[in-house]
Design a protein around this ligand. Structure first.
Ligand code: S3P
Length: 429
């Protein structure tokens, strides 16, 4: 049965091994597939979303040797992919579908991209419109809005484009498309989103420049096959950072976690809430910053107000931030977060309804949520809505809730963190 029971924990101690970064793993596979020659991707994430990207690239004729925690990718160069014999199933992964669209829009063949029930409800006009301005021929369901997408590749032309929303997936899709043009593509973001694509493209030798919120890429230059090491995923580490903070006397260390500043808005917010978090041994791995993170349990944190400008740097951490907010002193508000409504589930609605079942007073807004703390969390039967980050956030809430919590749809964690429940068991004392 796809459910798990979790009881209140007295204290959490020890070290958790955090899985490799999902965003960087996707990019390492996709970019190596269009680089020239043999790339090694070390410490790659093994999880549902990454399987989707590996299979998608294989179906485009890329040979990928699977050695478990590392893969060897025989890149085809910028124009070497071949027409897939079947539709490409991106599963639950928006990153796979949106990034690969930017590549396929420039290849002279026909491809169809689809996904599971959740992905088929997610908005795609945000990539279809700018890619079409570049000359792409893309059609999609619901008046060019939702997967499946049918793409007939074309010679693309560069564009200058200001993105209406901050989205690393949209930005990356356009940068990838820009690689195949014979000019300079210039993209401006409203607020900076994660910059793993810019960093990795630069690491692989692309002609890319970044100035504040503006990124330019000059097309036509081959990417170099390389060795890429993937750091631990900050978004996976976030669940254990919060778990440690919310249970007094806990002490947790997380090693080799990516701390790219475009991802670590949660650390800034937690510090504002009064948390004690130590970041040590900061070093560079394949162009990304990595560190160890240690957290100590606190008696009580303070509520905060989180504004729109902060959202991109903690976009995937909002569900777990809702959990710590429920235990903080005062009312926490999160606004300008309407993007949360179009993730793997409507994450505002999912967290509001399930935390209410656990005894939290919550108000929902179209663009956010307010959470009244401190709540006396109580065990309940809650639902993940098939969303990995909702399943994990509720599991962490369960550690602080009186009695036992049953989480339905717990296997969703396999999308990004297959060993999640074992990791919890290993630190409960
Ligand atoms: C991702 C970007 C973010 C994030 C997603 C992964 C990426 O999505 O929520 O989990 O790897 O580029 P958006 O770009 O849609 O905000």
């Amino acid at each position: 049965m796809d459910r798990i029971e979790i009881s209140k924990a007295n204290v959490l101690k020890g070290s958790v091994s955090i899985p490799p970064d999902k965003s960087i793993s996707h990019r390492a596979i996709l970019f190596s597939s269009i680089a020239k020659g043999k790339s090694f991707v070390k410490n790659i994430l093994r999880a549902g979303d990454i399987d989707a990207t590996l299979e998608a690239c294989r179906s485009l004729g890329v040979s990928i040797e699977d050695h478990g925690d590392h893969v060897i990718i025989h890149g085809k160069g910028l124009h070497g992919l071949s027409e897939p014999a079947n539709i490409i199933d991106c599963g639950n992964s928006g990153t796979t579908l949106r990034l690969i669209s930017g590549i396929l829009a420039a290849h002279p063949f026909f491809s169809v991209l689809t996904g599971d029930e959740s992905l088929r409800k997610r908005p795609m006009a945000r990539i279809i419109e700018p890619l079409s301005l570049m000359g792409a021929d893309i059609k999609a369901r619901g008046g060019n809005q939702f997967p499946p997408l049918g793409i007939r590749g074309n010679q693309l032309k560069p564009i200058t484009y200001t993105m209406p929303i901050a989205s690393a997936q949209v930005k990356s899709s356009l940068l990838l498309a820009g690689l195949f043009t014979d000019g300079i593509t210039e993209i401006t973001e409203p607020v900076q989103s994660r910059d793993h694509s810019e960093k990795m493209l630069s690491f692989l030798g692309a002609d890319i420049t970044v100035k504040d919120m503006q990124i330019t890429v000059r097309g036509g230059k081959d990417l170099r096959a390389s060795e890429i090491s993937v750091p631990g995923d900050f978004s996976s580490a976030a669940f254990f950072i919060i778990a440690a903070l919310m249970i007094p006397s806990s002490e947790i260390t997380l090693k080799k976690v990516g701390i790219n500043p475009t991802r670590t808005g949660l650390l800034t917010i937690l510090q504002q809430m009064g948390a004690r978090i130590e970041v040590t041994n900061i070093h560079d791995v394949s162009g990304e910053s990595v560190a160890n993170i240690s957290c100590t349990g606190m008696d009580r944190l303070q509520a905060v107000h989180i504004k729109k400008e902060m959202i991109p740097s903690l976009i995937d951490e909002v569900p777990i931030l809702c959990v710590i907010s429920a235990l903080a002193d005062g009312t926490t508000t999160i606004r300008g977060a309407e993007e949360l409504r179009v993730k793997e589930s409507d994450r505002i609605a999912s967290m509001a309804s399930e935390l209410r079942k656990m005894g939290v007073t919550i108000e929902e807004y179209p663009d956010g949520i307010s959470i009244q703390g401190p709540a006396d969390l109580r065990g309940a039967t809650v639902d993940s809505y098939g969303d990995h980050r909702i399943a994990m956030a509720l599991a962490i809430a369960a550690l602080a809730a009186e009695g036992t919590t049953t989480i339905r749809g717990c296997s969703a964690v396999n999308i990004s963190f297959p060993g999640f429940f074992d990791a919890i068991r290993s630190i409960v004392r």
